[in-house]
Design a binder for this molecule. Structure first.
Ligand code: ADP
Ligand code: MG
Length: 593
């Protein structure tokens, strides 16, 4: 009587396992489409009836299957895609578990028609609930057709869980979109309740997005392109003004596989931080390519979650790629700086640590050196001869063209800085620029845990209120990380003996008071993440309106440091830091006058 353990019959085991893979018609669509892609198809036709409830059928012109494969493919763990554990390191195909067809066949009536390229005839197999009903040779074109009828016919409980047809159809389309967006070079057709509802030729990525999601996307997309040793990030993001209240179209593909990642969502969202409201959603279509050894796709049975070996670096690169794309888009047409020999050296910038070791400076492209701020949006080579031709437009005198050294910059009322750019000039708000610079430096210092060097001071004692004292005590480690040298003495007295490098000229007490005030505000008003709140407060406290003129070197330094920022064009609060004026604009004004 003690022996109660029995092995489950295969069809029961399959049916149980099917629960994981097959949740609804859309799951079938996904698995079949992916198999067709893996089979090297260039044309795939999806036919659905009643939102996939009564029929999901996929036909492809891929490599097809021989008679043995056609039978084997319905066995659990039957796969042609890997044969040893080590292969998991190099997965390029969508499937590899060999579970999908077995699972589908366990809960539906399946018919397979296939012919392998090497065979004269094809084969037809019918399986109901894992049981082979019959098989026969047939005449068939090279490729594979799999028809899945009456999903969950033998699992009434599952059938009841299906939603209305429109909802199920929405899921089906979503799966089709994911595969079709990932593979714009493959033609896809969709036949829905006997009506052809989609026909896409092989296209490029942008055309595919526009065809699937609508013409309006064409003007909304900004290209993203960033290549590093570890990963290439390409694709498109939506312009900020088209961000929507409801969740937009947001797609990540890793090695052409659709994936979901809250972590990467966050990287992109943050890149839009100052550009769109907290409640709107931008859209994105981003394709990441990296060595499969760097990822583990095996953590979830339906494989939309993945794990990166070095996810912090991937995060940083995706974030930077989107920032740069947004930056370009905001400013490209008019901002077109000319290379400036005097701006080539910037030791402070070089001293700044980079966020991650494997993320090399090239990842930020031209921005890594101070010369970057002109080249940032200038695709043309920095050809000296070409440059001197362009100069005369608004320079005060021609001779300056041939002189080495910095080109003139101007100040207006101590508030603004004017600099010449190829297509006109740019007006920079000094205070806002400083705010951006301080913000990014503080944030980076906090994230890396090592602040820039401090200036030593003659120690100053400051008496704090009880609330300020509590706040300072709580934030002491962060303040130190940002470069403050602080010590609490007895009672509520604080000694300041060092300030962050960029605060060299500040009055320590005033700065600290400003900072505390800002911190109280930021923390209560916005509930920002702590580092974010600290960095913003620091930036606000530093960036007080000043009216004294800067010397030329300091102006250049300011411009350099601004353009070394990840997002030079806006303050952390989203206000523009600069405005550009085109020569054509000026010309027009004079004409009108
Ligand atoms: P996996 O895709 O994980 O290998 P599946 O159960 O989805 O597992 O498919 C099992 C096997 O059947 C595949 O490895 C492949 O060899 C074969 N197969 C499935 N669909 C097709 C198809 N459309 N064309 C050619 N071979 C296919
Ligand atoms: Mg598969």
């Amino acid at each position: 009587m003690g022996d109660v353990i029995r092995l489950l019959p295969d069809h029961v085991a399959n049916q149980i396992a099917a629960g994981e893979v097959v949740q609804r018609p859309a799951s079938v669509v996904k698995e079949l489409l992916e198999n067709s892609v893996d089979a090297g198809a260039t044309h795939i036709t999806l036919v659905v009836r009643d939102a996939g409830r009564t029929l999901v059928q996929v036909t492809d012109n891929g490599r097809g299957m021989g008679p043995n494969d056609a039978r084997l493919c319905f066995e659990r763990h039957a796969t042609s895609k890997i044969d040893k554990a080590d292969d998991l390191q190099h997965i390029r195909t969508k499937g590899f578990r060999g579970e999908a067809l077995a699972s589908i066949a366990a809960v539906a009536q399946v018919e397979l028609r296939a012919r392998h390229a090497d065979d004269e005839t094809g084969l037809r197999i019918r399986i109901d609930g894992s049981r082979i009903q019959g098989q026969e040779p047939i005449a068939a074109p090279i490729g594979t057709t799999i028809a899945v009828r009456n999903l969950f016919y033998n699992v009434p409980a599952r059938r009841q869980f299906l939603k209305s047809d429109p909802v199920e159809m929405k899921h089906v389309l979503e799966e089709l979109h994911r595969v079709a967006l990932a593979h714009p070079d493959i033609a896809f057709d969709l036949v829905q309740n006997d009506q052809e509802s989609l026909r896409t030729p092989p296209q490029n990525e942008r055309q595919r997005i526009v065809q699937l999601l609508g013409r309006k996307y064409d003007e909304r997309l900004v290209p993203v392109e960033e290549s590093t040793e570890l990963v290439a990030v390409k694709g498109f993001i939506g312009k900020p003004e088209f961000a929507r209240r409801s969740r937009g179209e947001q797609y990540f593909f890793v090695n052409r596989r659709y994936i979901r990642s809250h972590y990467l969502d966050h990287a992109v969202r943050r890149a839009y931080d100052e550009l769109i409201g907290k409640e709107s959603y931008p859209s994105w279509f981003l394709f990441l390519e990296l060595d499969p050894a760097q990822i583990d796709i095996n953590i979830h049975p339906t494989k939309t979650e993945i794990k990166f070996r070095d996810d912090r670096v991937i995060y940083a690169i995706v974030h930077a790629a989107v920032r740069r794309a947004l930056g370009r888009f905001n400013i490209v047409p008019s901002l077109d700086f000319e290379p400036e020999p005097a701006l080539l050296v910037n030791t402070e910038q070089q001293a700044m640590p980079r966020p991650a070791t494997t993320w090399r400076p090239q990842d930020l492209g031209p921005r890594r050196s101070a010369s970057g701020w002109q080249q940032l949006f200038d695709d043309r080579p920095s050809d000296r001869a070409e440059r001197s031709e362009k100069v005369p437009h608004i320079l005060p005198s021609r001779e300056l063209d041939d002189e080495p050294g910095p080109r003139p910059v101007f100040q207006l009322h101590g508030k603004y800085v004017l600099a010449q750019v190829r297509t006109g000039f740019v007006v920079i708000d000094r205070r806002r620029a400083l705010e951006r610079i301080v913000y990014e430096r503080a944030l980076r210092a906090l994230q890396l845990g090592n602040g820039p060097s401090q200036t030593q001071l003659f120690p100053r004692n400051v008496e704090l209120s009880a609330t300020d004292h509590a706040l300072i005590t709580e934030l002491l480690p962060d303040l130190r990380t940002m470069g403050f040298v602080l010590d609490t003495l007895s009672g509520r007295t604080l000694t300041i003996s060092g300030l962050p490098a960029e605060a060299a000229e500040e009055d320590p007490q005033r700065l600290l008071e400003q900072l505390l005030e800002q911190l109280h505000q930021e923390r209560s008003a916005l509930k920002l993440e702590r580092h974010e709140a600290m960095a913003r407060s620091m930036a606000r406290s530093m960036a007080v309106r000043r009216t004294e003129d800067l010397d030329t070197a300091r102006i250049h330094d300011l411009i350099d440091r601004l353009f070394a920022c990840e997002m030079p064009y806006f303050t952390p609060g989203g206000k523009p830091t600069l405005i550009t004026f085109g020569l054509d604009e000026l010309g027009e004004r004079f004409e009108r006058g």
